[in-house]
Structure formats: structure tokens, C-alpha cells
Design a protein around this ligand. Structure first.
Ligand code: SAH
Length: 192
């Protein structure tokens, strides 16, 4: 929390000022349907892109200053979205479900214990048959800067009970400091 709060005082390397290309393509392919929750939405570029496409979108993050920027961008762009300060490990307190949940760079910051709790919380906010899309650093990205790398086996293990993995595909995460992008996994995982 303190780490993210301090990084948001400057220009976070992940905050690229536009939606992630992988999420634009998911929208264009029609994979993103219905109501959407963005977990760890930061300053809201993915949320606002989907809101502009006509979706009802909520974004949660535990850093208030990031959400304040997101609200300001929504107002400037005349877009409507709901932004809430919330810990992703307490999603169950929302008391409602969404058709789709998106995650651009949250899962890979969680510890092993937090992953378990997060997946449990995720179950509370996705309807049965709804889908969680996750974009995370892959172990194929060299070096050790940034968050921990995640393997396909770890993703499969985290979602082994009560979920169907539709695919885990090689993908690219865009970052401000990496002009060629970061090697990532894009996962599509549905709640049974
Ligand atoms: N999705 C955004 C931000 C990615 S960085 C984007 O694509 O730009 C990861 C984000 O997750 C940060 O905004 C951080 O504040 C948030 N975050 C990390 N752990 C969290 C937690 N436990 N609960 C809520 N937000 C969290």
C-alpha cells in the first residue's frame, strides 16, 4: 500500500495514459461483455476505455490518489464510471456481482497467501459463467525489475477449484519504460 501510494506521487511506470493494447483487442473481439469490474484499476484508463464503449464499469483500487486522478479523467472526458477505494482482498464487501472482471497488473503483485484470498474474493463478485481476464508479468520476461513473474502452472494452480481456464496466452504488457513491452500472460478464466 505505502509502495503504491508513493509511486503514484510521481509517474508510475505502468501508468501509460491509455488503455492496454491487449484489453482494446479483447473489447474488439467481443470477449468483454456486460457489466465490468476492474480490480486494481489505478488511474482508470482501462475502465474509461470500456465505459466509452458503452459498458457499465466499476474500478476499485486501494490508493485514493490514483482513483482521484481516474475521477478527474472521467469528468474531463465526459464519461461515467464508478470508482471505489477498496482492497482487492475485500471484494466480497461489494455485495454484488459483475459479468466480467478485468485485471491489468494486480495479480502479479500479490503474495502466495494473498493470491488465495484474492481468488476467494473474486468468486464473490463474478456471476456463474462470468469471466476474469488477467494480464500479468510472465516468467519469460528477463531481469528482476518490477513485480514477481508468474508461470502458467501457478495460474492453473490458483484457479483449480470452481473455475474453467479458457486460455492462457502469451501477451504483451505495455509500460512507460519498456518500449518493446513486457512479456506477459493473458488469461481468460470463467467461474463455473
Ligand atoms: N491496472 C492499472 C494499475 C496497475 S498497477 C493499470 O493498468 O494502469 C497495480 C495496481 O493495483 C495499483 O494501482 C495498486 O495501487 C493496485 N493494488 C495493488 N494491491 C492492491 C490491493 N490489495 N487492493 C487494491 N488495489 C491494489
Amino acid at each position: 500500500m505505502d509502495f503504491f501510494e508513493s509511486v503514484y506521487k510521481g509517474e508510475p511506470p505502468w501508468d501509460i495514459g491509455r488503455p492496454q493494447k491487449e484489453y482494446i483487442q479483447l473489447v474488439q473481439r467481443g470477449e468483454i461483455v456486460g457489466s465490468i469490474l476492474d480490480v486494481g484499476c489505478g488511474t482508470g484508463e482501462n475502465v474509461l476505455y470500456m465505459a466509452a464503449q458503452g459498458h457499465k464499469v466499476w474500478g476499485i483500487d486501494f490508493v485514493p490518489s490514483a482513483l482521484q486522478k481516474a475521477q478527474e479523467k472521467a469528468a474531463q472526458r465526459h464519461l461515467t464510471a464508478t470508482f471505489l477505494v477498496l482492497n482487492a482482498l475485500e471484494l466480497h464487501t461489494l455485495g454484488r456481482t459483475f459479468d466480467t472482471v478485468i485485471d491489468s497488473g494486480l495479480f502479479h503483485v500479490l503474495s502466495d497467501e494473498e493470491r488465495h484470498l484474492f481468488v476467494h474474493n473474486l468468486k464473490c463478485v463474478i456471476r456463474c459463467g462470468g469471466t476474469y481476464f488477467m494480464l500479468c508479468f510472465s516468467e519469460l520476461e528477463p531481469g528482476d525489475y518490477g513485480p514477481r513473474r508468474v508461470t502458467q502452472a501457478e495460474i492453473k494452480d490458483s484457479f483449480r477449484d470452481g473455475w474453467s481456464i479458457n486460455y492462457i496466452r502469451p501477451a504483451t504488457l505495455e509500460g512507460r519504460l519498456r518500449s518493446n513491452g513486457i512479456r506477459a500472460w493473458l488469461s481468460s478464466i470463467s467461474k463455473r
